[in-house]
Design a protein around this ligand. Sequence first.
Ligand SMILES: Cc1ncc(C[n+]2csc(CCOP(=O)(O)OP(=O)(O)O)c2C)c(N)n1
Ligand code: SF4
Ligand SMILES: [Mg+2]
Length: 288
Amino acid sequence: MSYQIEEQKVFNSGHSACPGCSEALAIRFILNTLGPDTIAVVPPSCIAIISGPQPLSSMRIPVYQSTLESSAASAAGIKRALTAQGNDHTTVVAIAGDGGTYDIGFQSLSSAAERGEDIIYICLDNEGYMNTGSQKSSATPSLAYTTSTPAGKGTPKKNMAEIMAAHDIPYLATATTGYPEDLARKVAKAQRLTGGLRFIVALVPCLDGWGIPDSAGPKVSRLAVESGVFPLYEVENGVNYTLNFGPKDVPVADYTALQKRYRHLTAKDQEFLQKEVDGNWARLAKKF
Ligand SMILES: Cc1ncc(C[n+]2csc(CCOP(=O)(O)OP(=O)(O)O)c2C)c(N)n1
Ligand code: SF4
Ligand SMILES: [Mg+2]
């Protein structure tokens, strides 16, 4: 199903993202989909830099900058306060990075999911702590260079989508900026659904951290899907899986070749990564 993104002028140009940043692109798609009756919670991250320091903001909606640990709890508190005031129309969304989701904010996210808080939580996953100089997070994939894994990361990426599926939340989806209509449709669906926390993890290539040209974000994002590195799917109530875009027989080497964070890979490393991706896909494919 195609989905139109309408420009609602809730995200201003002139913000401070690196030109070509996919995280900024994702924010634009997300806010234009959610619309002006939205409150955002943003923890420390490039997202917070893009959003801007008080009293300036590129987001033309109320934004609360939380601590890195507490974005889900902050969003839940804001939603509960709105409900206590009789406001049942304003959407509350937490938009956090992978460091703020997979690692530092995880306990707050997990407990908000378990409590069934009526919020949307969107993780913009650029696979590292990019705002502080590209350190590794538990979202960094195997063998990728970061400034804290100079020889390549020795452990695989944490499977956040499956961890959230195990919380039996009403809705979770994977998305990426190379498929904007799919991303927007999933944000709209998360806004429509109720009955608990709705979670989206969106892969957003980072120019600096991944070592890609300014114009390459969407292409790299599409290759992540086509190579099976990051399949796009949805899960309702922890059990109903739907595949949106899966692998298209593109070798993982075509995806890694565009990124300087993988330039140290040997042929044996490439083989290892291909096997890892194939194994992950075989495990996931059984669920559709
Ligand atoms: C508890 C805590 N530890 C460390 C920091 C420093 N810090 C600020 S932003 C940031 C990086 C966050 O990375 P991520 O969530 O992946 O967002 P990105 O910058 O990649 O968009 C870190 C480590 C902090 N603010 N709070
Ligand atoms: S460092 Fe990466 S995520 Fe941060 S603004 Fe630049 S391109 Fe975007
Ligand atoms: Mg990050």
